[in-house]
Design a binder for this molecule. Structure first.
Ligand code: LMR
Length: 328
């Protein structure tokens, strides 16, 4: 147990918060793709590890691997099924191979804000989604928030017509692909860690993401500007391997589950601040943010929202209605 070393390593801005595990401790590797100190997911994972390493000393030990240093999101779930990593928190757009129930979260303009997402996730329908992949070996433990998505390109995007003909990096989600196609643009699925280089070299023209990702990955440096559409969300599922979870001694599983829940409640309540800090940091670093008036924004709604029709069958009209009820 070396919490002090892990803290020092973090303070020095090191890439990994690796706590040396003692013999006999259950090793929990947590792999993710963002930075660890300026991002909702990174901060939550760091806090989780600090608490596990302090409060479960002698029983369990958590090592966090941020910034895609261990796995990309397209590798991590397979690695989890192999037992090479025990926890991760991929965005809900990354589970396409395992379940379609998360497609509702990618539908553009489904949720007004993260409070609405929170309300829906905490409903019976949302909570049931945590168990939607158990047959495939994955168990959802908690939802973690990030924020609303914005869109950027190597040219000014004001009207949706400005996006026509461009290539946009997307997460590997059928809904997001359809949303980009609805703009007359072409979607290019790509790992998060490769996006900056692809924007810089012109492999893609644009991307969509949250302020903490746009700032954290410095996308704004290689884009004309970012348009504040708030057209969708990025949120996460903290996920584990069902067999590993069930193999844990009951007291360990209970304590770990409680710490995770407490960290979730605390950090989900703080995401608004992390999001607005990241937005301000983009401005401070010289990034351009384009705000839309109500009429301009409505044009994006009109262009993107028709994709709902393609996915009603997958997500269920009753779930759409339930989600929409949290926008009031
Ligand atoms: C992305 O791939 O753009 C995001 O899911 C990355 C992340 O984890 O926020």
């Amino acid at each position: 147990f070396l919490a002090a070393t892990a803290t020092l390593a973090l303070a020095a801005g090191a890439n990994t918060a690796v706590a040396a595990c003692d013999d006999g401790e259950i090793v929990i590797k947590f792999s993710h793709v963002t930075n660890s100190d300026r991002h909702p997911k990174g901060i939550a994972a760091t806090l989780l590890a600090e608490r596990v390493n302090e409060e479960m000393n002698g029983k369990a030990c958590m090592e966090v691997f941020p910034n895609s240093t261990l796995y990309n999101d397209d590798q991590v779930l397979e690695a989890m099924l192999q037992g090479d990593v025990q926890m991760a928190a991929p965005s809900l757009s990354k589970f396409e191979q395992f379940t379609k129930v998360f497609r509702i979260f990618d539908l553009p303009f489904m949720f007004k804000d993260i409070n609405a997402v929170d309300g829906f996730q905490n409903s019976e329908t949302g909570q049931a989604m945590k168990e939607s992949m158990t047959r495939r070996g994955l168990l959802g433990l908690q939802f973690w928030h990030n924020g609303m998505k914005q869109i950027s390109a190597n040219k000014a995007l004001v009207s949706p017509a400005d996006a026509a003909g461009l290539k946009f990096r997307v997460q590997p989600s059928e809904v997001i692909k359809a949303q980009i196609e609805a703009l007359g643009a072409s979607p290019q699925p790509m790992a998060f860690s490769e996006v900056y280089g692809a924007l810089q070299t012109g492999v893609v023209d644009g991307q969509e993401n949250t302020w903490s990702n746009i700032y954290g990955q410095k996308f704004f440096e290689v884009q004309d500007g970012t348009t504040e559409t708030n057209h969708g969300i990025i949120d996460y599922m903290v996920v584990t391997n069902v067999d590993w979870w069930e193999s844990l001694p009951e007291d360990v599983r209970t304590q770990l589950g409680t710490i995770l829940e407490e960290v979730t409640v605390a950090r989900n309540a703080a995401v608004g601040q992390v999001d607005s800090d990241a937005r301000q940091s983009v401005l401070d670093a010289g990034g351009v943010i384009r705000e839309l008036n109500a009429e301009q924004r409505q044009a994006w709604v009109d262009a993107m929202k028709p994709v709902w029709e393609q996915f009603v069958g997958d997500v269920g009209q009753e779930n759409i209605d339930a989600a929409q009820s949290f926008n009031n």
